[in-house]
Design a protein around this ligand. Structure first.
Ligand code: NAD
Length: 298
């Protein structure tokens, strides 16, 4: 195995070749030709990776993001790389009317929505316990991650899927949507809520042939960045020490590396495909085993 880099490298340099990070894998192929996917947050890491993978599988992509410049550029990049039909829409998912208008435009442009990937979101907070957590930041997590990104968008798209007689909805939660974490009540609360809604909506729409599933990513730093503070605890000089020091992030993550956006893309493709025809209401962690169990040998 390649030796890890050092603390001053970017994440990609630091981990490439380790435990499948930056892997030159052969992605599973799916034939999604003729389908249309609406994906939010495509200017960001996970949305971009998923949009590119679905475009490679033959899906036409309606790519939504708040950021116009990078959203347009990323959509062009996917279209150039895949030869696919990728159209960018600037939409703020906290704006109810903007969602209504943009879904109508997608239907006018593509005629249908087979796959909805509710992925736009973020983690806003002042890293304080609940009684000191900033009110406005708490509301921002709720408004973007839960109300806008999932509830309002699903309410606009589901009637079209019911009319079509089928659909696959995929939602991005987090490992913080299946287990607790200190000092991030805004993010944790919003992501637990979307994990729960995945199950509720799966029950509500199964007989309409609409499946609803959820991906729960582990810590996914931007590959081109230096490590973010979460990864500051990693000891790169004595890498093996990470596995015996409970203060260290890697002590808790059985596959000891960060997640990368492509780790999520294959699961999104699976949920979008007919291979998942009997899979609904599931929340699947892509986290190197982080949430599989306790780390210590108790
Ligand atoms: N990166 C991680 O470590 C991690 C871990 C767990 C869950 N997640 C979740 O994964 C999803 C994707 O995040 P990412 O890691 O790709 O981060 P990212 O910041 O690269 O991408 C998020 C995208 O969402 C867009 N967005 C934010 N608010 C929006 C709004 N109001 N309207 C429309 N678009 C908006 C941003 O412009 C950005 O392009 C998010 O829901 C995030 O909470 C990320």
């Amino acid at each position: 195995m390649k030796k890890h880099g050092n603390r001053n490298d970017d994440v990609r340099t630091m981990f490439t070749g380790m435990y499948g990070y930056g892997k030159e894998y052969q992605p599973a192929r799916a034939d999604l030709g003729g389908r249309v996917a609406l994906i939010t947050g495509t200017a960001g890491m996970i949305g971009f990776a998923a949009a590119k993978r679905l475009a490679q599988s033959g899906c036409a992509i309606a790519a939504w993001d708040l950021c116009e410049d990078s959203g347009e550029a990323k959509a062009r990049e996917i279209a150039d790389a895949t030869g696919g039909n990728v159209v960018f829409y600037k939409v703020d998912v906290t704006d109810r009317q903007a969602i209504t208008d943009a879904v109508a435009r997608v239907i006018a442009d593509f005629g249908k929505i087979d796959v909805l990937f509710c992925n736009a979101g973020g983690n806003w907070g002042n890293r304080k316990p609940v009684y000191e957590f900033d009110d406005e930041l708490f509301r921002r997590n709720e408004r973007v991650n839960l109300t806008g990104s999932v509830v309002w968008l699903c309410r606009e798209v589901i009637p079209h899927m019911i009319r079509q007689g089928k659909g696959s909805i995929i939602i991005t939660s987090s490992v913080c949507g299946v287990t607790g974490l200190r000092n991030q009540c805004g993010f944790v609360g919003s992501k637990f809520a979307v994990s729960a809604l995945t199950r509720s909506m799966a029950l509500e729409y199964a007989r309409d042939n609409i499946r609803v599933n959820c991906i729960a990513p582990g810590s996914t730093p931007r590959p081109e960045d230096k490590l973010n503070p979460l990864w500051d605890t990693v000891d790169f000089e004595n890498f093996e020490k990470n596995f015996s020091n409970p203060e260290n992030l890697l002590y808790d993550i059985p596959i000891p590396r960060p997640a990368e956006p492509d780790d999520m893309a294959g699961l999104v493709q699976y949920f979008a495909s007919d291979d998942a025809a009997y899979t609904t209401g599931q929340v699947v962690c892509v986290d190197g085993g982080w949430t599989a169990g306790f780390s210590g040998n108790y």
